[in-house]
Design a protein around this ligand. Structure first.
Ligand SMILES: Nc1ncnc2c1ncn2[C@@H]1O[C@H](COP(=O)(O)OP(=O)(O)O)[C@@H](O)[C@H]1O
Ligand SMILES: [Mg+2]
Length: 259
């Protein structure tokens, strides 16, 4: 057995609630501290093996995105740790966050919001590799075209702007941009949720092709169990910030223990 690529170890995240004037007054009168906290993620432990795709499913507000952001290093956990290849990632300290941006790439629900409307698609895709010096300047153009081809888009699209594409095409561009960083791990947060069902299927098929060709490792977050079923090896069900169930995708789909 090799060690898992990603280890989420007893991770919790609480967001402090901003105390209102009334809260402060009550706190002062009662002698207690003002303000509570939202328990977004509570004591989650999960591993992802190299080449494995693990789904995270649960109703809105159960903490999926927060967990995804912790794994991506956007948030530091309140408790616990996240290890990628044995290295702590989501410590919230700047030097780790910088390194992490190249190793974990996140793909969001709304590709229109995550793509810069004033940047040509080719520039958007090559921006990360250029700033991090992953690709020599002379090869940037060819590499960008190859990435577009890999996600099923024409190389000539590099010179167009995001508004010239459909939702499904924009999500392909977002995937190309993530792959351009040669990440060890992808975090897809509701990556197909904003797309029509037929387009969802196309983007999911693309993901399956890429998974087969590149051996991707991913956390696949969705509120829709039928979406994760086809792309995930294992699925974790989250409820109120906790993982309440973890099973192989088919097994879980056949007899889920939680509503
Ligand atoms: N930055 C934040 N500040 C305060 N509360 C937050 C923040 N992000 C998320 N939350 C809260 O944490 C809980 C989990 O949210 P989230 O992780 O976005 O859930 P999901 O992605 O499953 O819909 C929710 O109650 C949400 O309101
Ligand atoms: Mg979310």
């Amino acid at each position: 057995m090799t060690a898992p690529l990603l280890v989420i170890d007893h991770v919790s995240k609480r967001f402090p609630l901003k105390a209102t004037l009334g809260d402060k007054l009550t706190a002062r009168l009662s002698g207690r501290r003002a303000g509570g906290a939202v328990h977004a993620v509570t004591d989650v432990s999960l591993t992802v093996a190299q080449g494995e795709v693990v789904g995270i499913v649960g109703e809105s507000g159960c903490g999926k995105s927060t967990l995804g952001r912790i794994v991506s290093g956007i948030y530091a956990p309140t408790e616990g740790s996240v290890l990628l290849d044995g290295q702590p990632v989501a410590s919230g300290r700047e030097e780790h966050v910088n390194k992490l941006t190249t190793r974990v790439q996140m793909i969001h629900q709304d590709p229109f919001a995550s793509l810069n409307p004033r940047m040509k698609v080719g520039e958007t895709i090559s921006e990360g590799p250029r700033t991090h010096g992953l690709v020599p300047a002379s090869e940037v153009r060819a590499k960008t075209r190859a990435l577009l081809d890999q996600v099923g888009l024409e190389g000539a699209y590099a010179d167009r702007f995001p508004h010239q594409f459909s939702g499904g095409q924009r999500q392909r561009i977002a995937i190309a941009r993530a792959l351009a960083m040669q990440p060890d791990l992808l975090v897809l947060d509701e990556a197909v949720a904003s797309l029509d069902v037929s387009i969802q299927a196309q983007v999911l098929n693309l993901f399956l092709d890429l998974r087969r060709d590149l051996g991707l490792t991913a956390l696949f977050i969705s509120h829709d169990l039928s979406v994760v079923r086809h792309v995930c090896d294992r699925v974790a069900i989250m409820y109120l910030g906790r993982v309440v169930e973890l099973a192989p995708a088919d097994e879980l789909y056949a007899k889920p223990e939680h509503p």
